[in-house]
Design a protein around this ligand. Structure first.
Ligand code: 0RA
Length: 655
């Protein structure tokens, strides 16, 4: 921080009065990066790429750009290239500087030009490319425009020279290469799969754009770089087909709605499948609004009203005795709603809830009109959908009864904590941790090894219920799941409530899943994560859920010993302990289960905050996570095997 201040005073004399303002703008970004890009973790690092890509997407939405290419270079620097019109380079009269320099160095300058353009994209924070510049040790921009090639380079946001012409060209476009400042971010390493899933999502959300990515850091056995190309002609319709690839669909093709009401472009695709989950995802200006908002409310209202009125008119509800609720229309529904809003108001805990009230009516109207038309035109599909809704209502009726019974029982026996819970003595939730441990025996070891002041242990018996396949009422009937709810202190709501869960009653701010480091353990972790994702998603989103990482090996020679978490560490430890080079004198113990460690070893390696490694569970992309959980936990074996084989090197899967 000191260094930054010095740098500013030393350099600011070189600039005119206007530029001092500019420097302070970008210094502010460097001092409080989280305010501009959300955070400085891997998430923020990836956000830099999205910010640049979003600018190119805007250019594509304006109708001038068809191809966007992303490169991850060997040193984790990034290039984003497009074939749009190119950022203007002419001198601006007021600033007396190239427009390009202004865009690159002034906060929020991007939108100043071209007011009429259809500019609605722009990241969660929508802060502009200058923020990426401020957070990069070095950035180079190259513009192809009006027959010339222009360029400028910067260090931590400051121009190294004026915009200059370096050649001639017959193409147009913008190319940005930046090196994230690793003194600002907690990590400098890009995850290919994270970028891939965002680019894939963007290609579905903005049909007709070619998005390509190449990873230059590693090559395969044939010397080929990892690379993917995304292009969607069908937009959201293809998105829904992608999300439901491993589910059984009810009707042949997703219902696709595209139109504009009251100046708001609305795009919706929906399909029903044979699962019990609702997978409805909503976007505003390409941003996933996971807290929902007015666009989602408009969709739901239209869906319920239109289907109900169709079912009434067709006489299908005559023999149905029970009340059909909103939820029943969404069981087994996969849908994506995307709207473009000129001045979005974002609300909610994570600023991902749309507040603009006029959007509700726009989506409601568009969906009502086009869905009624669809139902009239497709009586066969309409009947299948209504039958499915009636079935859901019947099952939910049973579920509701079961849940009420459970809740009444809870009232009768008071709100006692589960008998199997070994609670901690600390009362302040922000200091408390709970370990969800696979099996009674490992649970016993954990109870002995823990620090009872702030660590609680809840042993779980064997495999917990696969919530991906079970109907909702069975969840509320399940002993292990009831124990988790009561121990955490959160109430059992419906899957729907989970997204807006009120975590103020949460009794522990670290929820740690601890299972064996083998195939069964991974499976149990996945089962527990699936449960959290479906029923307590807000706890993951608020950063309360972690996975413990027990060691895989103990390498021993005489009294010296070392725990190892992977094969590289194991080999290094063997070398280190075999000082005389006699590696056979070193003994390696492979830990298969938590049960093979004694209480002290478990504390030391896996539970002691000083020496353990916890992996925090985060969600890169909600639709993608939903797709993966249904794939991992569903019936279809081949895609599951493919996924596990592809990811085996990341997870500690014992194969
Ligand atoms: C301002 C005005 C115009 C284009 C752009 C910005 C622009 C920005 C980026 C960022 C990445 N790629 C981009 N492509 C274009 C319009 C200029 C005109 O009227 O020709």
């Amino acid at each position: 921080m000191d260094e930054l201040v010095k740098e500013k005073t030393a350099k600011s004399n070189d600039y005119g009065a206007d530029s001092i303002q500019v420097l302070e703008g970008l210094e502010a970004v460097r001092k409080r990066p989280a305010m501009y890009i959300g955070d400085i973790s891997a998430k923020g690092l990836h956000h830099l790429v999205y910010e640049v890509v979003d600018n190119s997407i805007d250019e594509a939405l304006a109708g001038y750009c068809r191809n966007i290419d992303v490169f991850i270079h060997p040193d984790n620097s990034i290039t984003v290239k497009d074939d749009g019109r190119g950022i203007p380079t002419d001198i601006m009269t007021k600033e007396k500087k190239s427009a390009l320099e202004v865009v690159m160095t002034v906060l929020h300058a991007g939108g100043k030009f071209d007011k009429d353009s259809y500019k609605v994209s722009g990241g969660l924070h929508g802060v502009g490319i200058s923020v990426v510049n401020a957070l990069s040790t070095h950035l180079k921009v190259t513009i192809y425009r009006e027959g010339k090639i222009f360029t400028q380079e910067y260090e931590r946001g400051k121009p190294l020279f004026d915009v200059k012409v370096i050649g001639e060209t017959d193409r147009t476009g913008t190319e940005v290469t930046f090196h994230p400042d690793t003194t600002i971010f907690t990590t400098g390493v890009y995850h290919y799969d994270t970028l891939v899933s965002r680019l894939r999502e963007l290609s579905f959300l903005n049909k007709g754009i070619h998005l390509n990515i190449t990873d230059e850091r590693e090559t395969d056995a044939e010397g080929k770089q990892q690379s993917d190309q995304f292009f969607s002609q069908g937009g959201l319709k293809e998105f829904v087909q992608f999300l439901d690839a491993t589910r059984q669909h009810l009707i042949a093709e997703p219902i696709y709605i595209e139109g504009e009401r009251g100046g708001v472009p609305v795009e919706v695709a929906m399909q029903y499948n044979d699962s019990f989950n609702e997978n409805v995802h909503s976007y505003v200006n390409n941003i996933n609004t996971h807290e929902g908002g007015t666009h989602l409310a408009g969709f739901r209202r239209a869906l319920t009203r239109t289907l109900k009125s169709y079912a009434d008119k067709s006489g299908m509800l005559q023999k149905v005795k029970i009340e059909i609720a909103g939820d029943d229309f969404r069981e087994g529904l996969t849908a994506v709603i995307s709207v473009k809003v000129q001045e979005p108001q974002f609300e909610g805990q994570t600023k991902t809830k749309l507040g603009n009230s006029d959007v509700m009516g726009a989506v409601d109207q568009a969906v009502s009109d086009m869905l009624s038309y669809y139902l009239e035109e497709h009586p066969k599909e309409a009947k299948m959908i209504v039958d499915k809704v009636i079935l859901a209502a019947t099952a939910r009726h049973a579920a509701r009864k079961a849940r009420e019974l459970v809740q009444r029982k809870n009232v009768l026996i008071g709100t006692g904590l589960p008998g199997k819970l070994a609670d901690c003595s600390e009362a302040d939730p922000s200091l408390c941790e709970i370990y969800l441990v696979e099996g009674d025996s490992a649970g016993g070891t954990a109870k002995q090894g823990r620090n009872r002041a702030f660590q609680a242990i809840l042993p779980l018996r064997g495999k917990i219920l696969n919530v991906e396949k079970a109907m909702e009422y069975r969840i509320y009937d399940n002993e292990e799941i009831k124990n988790i709810f009561t121990a955490l202190g959160v109430s059992m709501g419906t899957a729907e409530d989970s997204k807006a869960l009120n975590s103020t009653k949460l009794r522990y701010h670290k929820i740690v899943i601890m299972t064996d480091a083998d195939v069964d353990g991974s499976h149990i972790t996945t089962l527990i994560l699936t449960f959290f994702f479906r029923y307590l998603r807000a706890l993951i989103e608020q950063g309360f859920v972690y996975i413990a990482t027990p060691p895989l090996y103990l390498v021993k020679k005489g009294k010296e010993q070392k725990y190892c978490w992977n094969d590289e560490e194991r080999q290094a430890a063997i070398k280190e302990l075999a000082k005389d080079g006699k590696e056979e004198s070193v003994n390696t113990q492979r830990y298969k289960g938590l049960g093979e460690m004694n209480a002290e070893q478990l504390w030391e390696t896996t539970m002691n905050p000083e020496s353990r490694t916890l992996r925090q569970v985060t969600i890169d992309s909600e639709p993608e996570a939903g797709r993966i959980f249904s794939m991992l936990m569903g019936d279809d074996v081949p895609p599951r095997r493919e996924f596990i084989e592809k990811n085996a090197k990341y997870a500690n899967i014992d194969v």
